[in-house]
Ligand binder design. Structure first.
Ligand code: NAI
Length: 410
């Protein structure tokens, strides 16, 4: 009879930093991971190194940087969770070369951003920021001029991905006409109309809202030329990335009145902490809503991010499934409880897989299933066996030249 082995989860140290939502801890606990240390702050370099050195799973938000130097001291670490959208804070390539997949939460805060976009559309179209600023200074600007309903207005969405498409649904439910432009062909939701060019979208929209990633093509995507192509009296929203809009060009367009109002949540230069000052040429305009990169920052999003990333980390730890990893070859697997499972991550060099297989065949162990994915740098093979465990397998797999990391599950 095949003996069943179980993952010794109490030994797997989970380190969660920067006040990651309790939903993550709850998820780990519910799945048998009891060895959890959760810190409310981002540790300094020395403390971080010491803590990470002892951890098998590390969860961070945006302030902790896992650099090459730090990762190289983390011998036990086998996966990293970025409880955020971005993963720039981790040296993903080095992590990959060390056999460490990095996971993130690409759409847990999508709805939060979309809701803020809709709120800002309404506020800008009603010219509320100007009236609000005046009221704070004791002025009473009771007037309907420059105040419009959003119903029947055209909203132009640049980037029809997770956020853009949610904005589309919400805007349409308010009676807006939705136009969008994306470099990838997308399924139009509801009555949304795809524009064949950015220029077409700019010309038709009363409100233009940006939801593109930062790429070489989106950097400075909205400059003097594009602003001039927008309708006179239209509004611009950027809750995507600070580099997408050329701020001096926007300043001129606002000064001339060509652009009636704007909302910006992201900036080319952003303070690194709440203690640093925020300086922008846009501070001179009452008709510009400025927010400190909080588009996705809601309690609901934090909770969802906690669960989403913890779920991916647990799934990887339990089954070896790397699906959703941002830096790694992708294998999607469910647990198979009747077998032992070996995870072998190696340099993508000829002959290694043959040697891995030889470890099993030379012992007469039947390989029940084998899954392999490679990229230019690494190979990741998952092997399920249905024989009695031989304690020499693990060290033999580890000793194969080119091996990066080996784990045994169940
Ligand atoms: P996504 O990847 O789901 O969608 C991006 C879309 O932009 C894709 O459909 C893509 O094909 C399209 N795209 C890429 N290059 C383009 C180009 N040159 N022209 C037109 N379309 C282009 O991303 P998601 O989740 O919708 O996020 C969008 C942006 O929002 C990202 O920049 C992200 O950093 C930002 N964001 C901001 C937050 C905040 O707090 N303000 C929170 C979450 C995301």
């Amino acid at each position: 009879m095949v003996k069943k082995y179980s993952l010794n989860k109490e030994k797997i140290k989970v380190l969660l930093l920067e006040g990651i939502h309790k939903s993550a801890t709850d998820f780990f606990l519910a799945n048998g991971y009891t060895n959890i240390e959760s810190l409310s702050y981002a540790p300094d370099e020395a403390e971080l190194q010491e803590k990470v050195r002892q951890a098998s799973i590390v969860g961070i938000r945006s302030r902790t940087h896992l650099t090459k130097e730090l990762l190289q001291t983390a011998e036990k670490l086998f996966t990293i969770g970025c409880f955020s959208i971005g993963t720039n804070q981790v040296d993903g390539r080095i992590a990959k070369l060390m056999g460490i997949p990095v996971f993130n939460a690409p759409f847990s805060n999508t709805r939060s951003v979309a809701e803020l976009v809709i709120a800002e559309c309404i506020l800008l179209m009603r010219n509320i920021p100007v009236k609000n600023a005046a009221a704070h200074k004791g002025k009473w600007l009771k007037s309907a001029s420059n105040s419009f309903e959003v119903r029947d207005k055209n909203i132009g969405i640049i980037g029809y991905g997770h956020i853009g498409s949610q904005v589309s649904i919400l805007a349409e439910s308010l009676g807006m006409n939705v136009y969008y432009y994306d470099i990838v062909k997308k399924l139009s939701l509801g009555k949304a109309v795809a524009c064949s060019s950015l220029e077409e979208l700019l010309a038709v929209s009363h409100i233009v809202t940006l939801h593109v990633p930062e790429t070489q093509h989106t950097r400075k995507m909205i400059g003097e030329r594009e602003l001039a192509l927008m309708r006179r009296g239209s509004c611009l929203l950027n809750l995507a990335r600070g580099s997408v809009v050329v701020i001096p060009a926007l300043v001129e367009a606002l000064k001339s009145g060509h652009i009636l109002g704007a909302a910006l949540d992201v900036f080319p230069e952003e303070p690194t902490s709440n203690n640093d000052p925020f300086i922008s040429e846009l501070q001179q305009f009452d008709n510009v809503i400025l927010s400190p990169h909080v588009g996705g920052s809601t309690m609901e999003a934090q909770e969802k991010i906690g669960t989403e990333v913890a779920e991916k980390l647990v799934h990887y730890s339990d089954t070896g499934s790397s699906i959703g990893a941002t830096n790694f070859v992708q294998i999607s697997l469910q647990p198979n409880r009747n077998v032992q499972r070996f995870l072998h991550i190696h340099k993508n060099e000829p002959g290694i897989l043959k040697e891995v297989n030889y470890v099993f065949t030379s012992k007469g162990i039947n390989i029940a299933a084998e899954y392999l994915q490679t990229d230019n740098d690494i190979g990741y093979v998952i092997i399920d066996t249905d024989s009695k465990l031989d304690s020499t397998i693990l060290p033999e797999l580890k000793s194969i030249e080119g091996t990066i990391r080996v784990r045994m599950l169940f």
